[in-house]
Design a protein around this ligand. Structure first.
Ligand code: URA
Length: 433
């Protein structure tokens, strides 16, 4: 097969066969197909798109390019949750122990943060001693014992995606729905879960800025799951402002623990319950969504989910004293208040700018080799719809500098105000099954 014929076929708008897609993915991973031909095909896909069948085949070919994790020795139906990335998104810390508390095993592989969104592993490492490296056997044992384990991505999962993603990044072909969907799903499928719940974020702080784009991505990923034999549900949730009130590493662990202790932090609690209820139904632990939601709510309020979180922290070497006494978590030297300069109502909070402000403080990485400062972060005192008066604090920056000018300016730019009453944002726009 000649690669030039595959490129021509896609350029002319035709669907590729399984053999052609595998020829491309295998050849590029092994190095027999050069970057320039792979780039040309990616650009042709960017313009011509892919059918549902082609996207599923591309995803399977990327899964087959490397190892897959075998979770078969974990008892029960394993359900994974994946978020397309947002600011202040700490739902994993709530959803994981919550579904585990009703008997759903959670074997989660997570990543580190880059750019304006934080990474689950970085946040967990705010807890002294917490380790995210473990052998496959330790991982499986922990899920069997505690029902929850979160580990760094190990082994050689979907190496084709890694190589293709790097190429897409420099050839203006990242934002193609079939390529994004295939990329995300290839890593989820290689991680071995039986079913998957996707939290597709939409809005200013998300990868997909419009509801339309988010819905297309969600549908594409749900179709891939179905075509490849994994039940998949996608929730489209709001990222037009950060989720909850805390952004940063220790800050986010703290807020998640507060929800696990039954505090009613509304958007964070609601989204976590919704994701968890879908996971519980997919895991076939309960058949009815409303029944699942009520049982999970009960386990948030009676402390059972919090107990699972404590056991999980202990199992991964973390200092549980820090969870019982949240003021022991890393903190910053200064609390810098940013005040409102106008009266009115908060009409918008650009989540991406808040994420960037947190990154400037040291909570995130601008490049992959940057170190993380676990104690710095941002507390939002006002969210969309809240009334404000001149001089009132809108945000507190937890900073190791006494005057973090770049972050202050970013936060000020992120907030918009209006004189009229503003309706709070919808949290969950759609559920796609
Ligand atoms: N995240 C991924 O893993 N892949 C993409 O293509 C985009 C976002």
């Amino acid at each position: 097969m000649r690669m030039v014929d595959v490129i021509t076929k896609k350029r002319n708008g035709h669907a590729l066969t399984k053999e052609e897609i595998y020829h491309f993915v295998e050849g590029y991973t092994k190095g027999s197909i050069p970057d320039y031909q792979a780039s040309a095909l990616l650009m042709a896909i960017f313009y011509q798109g892919m059918t549902e069948q082609e996207t599923a085949t591309l995803t399977q070919a990327m899964v087959d390019s490397g190892e897959t994790i075998d979770l078969s020795s974990i008892t029960g139906h394993k359900v994974d949750k994946h978020s397309t990335g947002g600011v202040g998104d700490k739902t994993t810390f709530i959803v994981g122990p919550l579904v585990a508390s009703v008997g759903v095993p959670v074997a989660k592989m997570s990543g580190r943060g880059l750019g304006h969104t934080g990474g689950t592993l970085d946040k967990l490492e705010s807890i002294k001693g917490f380790h995210i490296e473990m052998s496959e056997q330790q991982f499986v044992n922990q899920v069997n014992n505690v029902k929850l384990a979160v580990a760094g991505q190990t082994g050689n999962l979907a190496p084709a995606d890694k190589k293709l993603y790097a190429l897409r990044d420099v050839t203006a072909t990242v934002d193609s729905i079939p390529l994004i969907a295939g990329s995300i799903m290839s890593k989820k499928l290689a991680s071995g879960a039986d079913s998957i719940v996707l939290d597709v974020k939409t809005g200013s702080g998300a990868f997909m800025k419009t509801l339309e784009e988010s819905e297309s991505l969600a549908k594409e990923m749900v179709n891939i799951g179905k075509n490849l034999g994994r039940n998949t549900v996608a929730i489209i949730s709001d990222m037009n402002q950060p989720l909850g009130f805390e952004v940063g590493n220790a800050n986010e662990v703290k807020e998640a623990v507060e929800v696990l202790r039954g505090e009613k932090i509304s958007d964070l609690r609601s989204l976590s319950l919704e994701l968890a209820a879908h996971m519980t139904v997919l895991a076939e632990v309960m058949t009815d969504y409303d029944q699942a939601y009520r049982a999970l709510e009960e386990n948030l309020d009676n402390g059972k989910a919090f107990e699972v979180f404590r056991s999980f922290v202990v199992a991964q070497g973390g200092d549980v004293e820090m969870i019982d006494h949240l003021d022991l978590l890393p903190s910053a030297k200064y609390q810098v208040e940013v005040k409102a300069e106008t009266d009115g109502y908060v009409s918008a909070i650009d989540a991406e700018s808040i994420g960037i402000a947190a990154m400037y403080l040291g909570a995130g990485r601008a490049t992959k080799d940057d170190a993380i400062n676990h104690g710095v972060g941002i507390t939002l005192k006002k969210k969309i719809g809240d009334p404000v008066k001149v001089g009132e604090t809108i945000v507190v920056l937890h900073s190791d500098e006494d005057s973090p000018t770049d972050s202050i300016n970013r936060v000020k730019q992120a907030y918009s105000f209006t004189k009229e009453n503003v309706d709070p944002k919808t949290l969950i726009y759609k559920v796609i099954k």
